[in-house]
Design a protein around this ligand. Structure first.
Ligand code: SF4
Ligand code: F3S
Length: 105
């Protein structure tokens, strides 16, 4: 599962990627992609492209992005619109591999 304390345990790899999302390292592509997002955080190294988060998010926070060569899946759910999140926690509940953390505190 994603480390809910990633902000303490990891360092920022990139403040804003091409989707405006902060990436928390370590990052060593294509195998290691880190955690994407801060308020809505997706561990790209755990995500296996189930898609439930994209289907269920009521405000369309997630977008598919291509991650060719990653061992778990070659697309991932990027929290590209995390500022729209309404903290419903649906995505956290439906992800089968617990790849998502939403900081609703
Ligand atoms: Fe979307 Fe709800 Fe997840 Fe926020 S907590 S990203 S609103 S599904
Ligand atoms: Fe990935 Fe979980 Fe969404 S596996 S696509 S973060 S439901």
């Amino acid at each position: 599962a994603i480390d809910a304390n990633f902000e303490q345990n990891r360092e920022v790899h990139e403040e804003e990627n091409e989707h405006g999302v902060t990436v928390w390292g370590p990052v060593d592509p294509p195998e290691q992609l880190g955690i994407h997002g801060t308020h809505v955080a997706v561990d790209f190294d755990i995500c296996l492209a189930d898609g439930a988060c994209l289907e269920d998010c009521p405000v369309d926070v997630f977008e598919w992005v291509d991650t060719p060569g990653h061992p778990e899946s070659e697309i991932k759910a990027e929290p590209a619109h995390e500022e729209q999140c309404i903290d419903c926690m649906l995505c956290v509940d439906v992800c089968p591999v617990d790849a998502i953390d939403v900081d609703s505190g």
